[in-house]
Structures are given as C-alpha cells and as structure tokens.
Ligand binder design. Structure first.
Ligand code: ZN
Length: 97
C-alpha cells in the first residue's frame, strides 16, 4: 500500500486550514468532556440567552447527552447565584416602590 507522510517533494501545500461548515459535532464531545463544571461561568454563559435562559439545542449544536449535562450545570450555577434565573426579575426587584 501507499506509505503515508512521505515528504518526498510532493506538490501538497500545507497550512490549508480545512474549515468544515456546519459541523454537527457537539463542542463537548470534541473535547471529550465527561462532566461540565458549573463554576465555569464563561463557558456556561455561551449557552444562555440574554434573558438568562438555556439556549436550545438547535442553536448551540450540543448533543443530547451534553445538553443535559449543561442544563444541570446551569441549574447548579443558578442555585449558587453565579448565573441569573432570568434577567427580567432583576427589573421587578429594582422597580419596587
Ligand atoms: Zn456531546
């Protein structure tokens, strides 16, 4: 069979970053994440909308398994007040006369 990686004056250019559009592989699967850290707000933030709600799977392209882990992590983060339950209740509180 052909030998791979032979650097014998080939006409192959390297450095061409192959960008695959619309990859449906979930971000966590790629990283082989087994559990999502609920203290990692920077990460979790990416998966919540402006209103503090968990973004849908279609928008985040996270697989079902990780979406579940993510949801759990988000809920934990909310519980210890790292993330808001919703952005709207903040307004209600400030509007108290
Ligand atoms: Zn996944």
């Amino acid at each position: 069979m052909t030998t791979r990686g032979g650097n014998g004056g080939g006409g192959r250019r390297r450095g061409g970053r192959r960008f695959t559009p619309r990859r449906r592989v979930c971000f966590f699967c790629v990283d082989k994440v087994e559990s999502i850290d609920y203290k990692d707000i920077n990460l979790l933030r990416r998966y919540i909308s402006e209103r503090g709600r968990i973004e849908g799977r279609r928008r985040t392209s996270v697989c079902a398994r990780h979406q579940r882990l993510l949801a759990t992590a988000l809920k934990r983060a909310r519980h210890i007040a790292l993330l808001p339950y919703s952005a709207e209740h903040v307004r209600t509180l400030t509007g108290a006369v």
